[in-house]
Design a protein around this ligand. Structure first.
Ligand SMILES: [Zn+2]
Length: 290
């Protein structure tokens, strides 16, 4: 583990979101979670500015694509556009001080990482400590790639778009292994994967459960131990225990981290409650940009 001087420097670094420092770096470094996952550039402090810079770089190239009628030329233009998006991502995300800070602290805290491209301008950053997790992650990423290739080859008209864009979300064994690696309780991972498999909306289910539970009485925010984690129920004992053990580990490292963590679990819980609206707003914005 890192010394106190370094820990203070880490906590002062404004290039990493405070929630990410705790959930994605320190909990992994403390051995309380095997691995963490963050989305780039969405979870960088300047995500909006970086996103706009990428849009500005890519937008001028969109005009020609809309007016092109020849399908072959259109495909070539799409390929060229993807390349442009990739370049814009490299320059604005990988070239940013914020990204470099993440990489610097991964090294300083003796952690490891894997980045995986999800779309031309979106990447996932997995942070972990043990080599064994790296091997399991690499296998998962290979499997995901294979599912996507297979899904693209079997697209049928009228098929639910998510099933070929994110086919891994419908593979229970894949979801369970990811859930395990991210340190989520088995019961919650089970609920998540069976919801996805049955076409139920996980975010809507979790939000509804939380609203109903709050009407019955106070909900323990520690159930929402990690951002974007959806527990099987607001009263899941496994999830509560995880949250409480994370807090304990953080307090042992530095007492002031306890209150900070309290703030994050409360925010995580609020986010789960409003996640369906957040997704709706995001989709509306994406539509308006098309
Ligand atoms: Zn659970």
């Amino acid at each position: 583990m890192v010394g106190e001087v370094w820990l203070n420097k880490f906590l002062e670094d404004s290039h990493i979101l405070p929630r990410i420092k705790i959930e994605n770096f320190l909990l992994v470094s403390l051995g309380l979670r095997p691995c963490s996952l963050m989305t780039l550039p969405a979870e960088l402090p300047d995500a909006n500015a970086i996103g706009s810079a990428i849009d500005e770089q890519v937008f001028p190239k969109l005009g020609g694509l809309r007016s092109e009628q020849d399908p072959k030329k259109k495909l070539r233009l799409i390929d060229a556009l993807k390349k442009e998006m990739r370049i814009a991502y490299e320059e604005n995300v990988k070239g940013s001080e914020q990204y470099k800070s993440h990489k610097f602290w991964i090294k300083q805290l003796e952690l490891r990482s894997i980045t995986m491209s999800v779309r031309p301008t979106v990447e996932e950053l997995y942070i972990f400590r043990d080599n064994d997790i790296g091997k399991r992650l690499s296998q998962l990423m290979k499997d995901r790639e294979r599912y996507r290739v297979e899904a693209r080859a079997s697209v049928k008209p009228g098929m639910d778009k998510a099933r070929f864009v994110y086919p891994e979300e419908f593979r229970a064994s894949w979801l369970k292994e990811v859930g395990k690696i991210l340190g989520y309780p088995d019961c919650c991972v089970e609920a998540y994967s069976s919801d996805r498999g049955d076409g139920r909306n996980v975010e809507a289910r979790a939000s509804q459960q939380l609203k109903e539970a709050e009407e019955r009485g106070a909900v323990d925010p520690f159930t929402y131990s990690i951002g974007y984690f959806f527990p099987c129920s607001p009263s899941c004992g496994e999830a509560q225990t995880k949250g409480a053990s994370y807090r304990k580990g953080l307090v042992e490292l530095l007492p002031s981290l306890g209150e900070l963590y309290d703030e994050f679990v409360a925010k995580n819980m609020e986010r789960v409650k409003h996640q369906p609206e957040i997704i709706e707003q995001y989709n509306a914005r994406a539509e308006s940009l098309l």
